[in-house]
Design a protein around this ligand. Structure first.
Ligand code: 4NP
Length: 147
């Protein structure tokens, strides 16, 4: 696969996709691509990431505290080459705004076939598991770009 701009998408854009944005930025900072994240719901627009996501990222040396939640919009299909969603519900919500087959083809589950489950009502330990899953997926994507 070719390198391209990456948008990470979850529901609220405060737990999973801010971690995914921060991790992908961390491992791709030499590639001059755009990396961002968004939520399919707008309840948290303008908010910083959940404190548990900020803390988990910080433990791994990644600062995501400056991020601000925003809503996924149809224009994102034009700005990004890869739209990685965390779960099937995010997938359905994003696909509702697709206007072409090319748009639809940009949308993939970050983990390929499994979901990054919503840790919002979980413990801090769940945020650590989410971090690990997302980190593995980001490394896998970046490795696939090198060939
Ligand atoms: P996220 O988690 O989609 O990973 O940001 C959630 C954050 C907030 C809510 C749900 C999921 N919420 O219902 O407010």
């Amino acid at each position: 696969m070719k390198k391209g701009n990456v948008l990470m998408v979850c529901l609220g854009n405060i737990c999973r996709s801010p971690l995914a944005q921060g991790i992908f930025e961390h491992y791709s900072n030499h590639l001059s691509i755009k990396v961002d994240s968004a939520g399919t719901a707008n309840y948290h627009t303008g908010n910083a990431p959940d404190s548990r996501s900020i803390k988990t990222a910080a433990i791994h040396g990644i600062d995501i505290s400056h991020q601000q939640a925003r809503h996924f919009i149809a224009t994102d299909f034009r700005l990004f080459d890869y739209i990685y969603v965390m779960d099937q519900e995010n997938m359905e919500n994003v696909l509702k705004l697709a206007q072409s087959e090319a748009d639809k083809n940009k949308v993939k589950l970050l983990l390929g076939s499994a979901e990054v489950e919503d840790p919002y009502y979980g413990s801090e330990q769940e945020f650590e598991l989410v971090f690990d899953k997302i980190e593995k997926a980001c490394k896998h994507i970046l490795a696939s770009w090198k060939h």
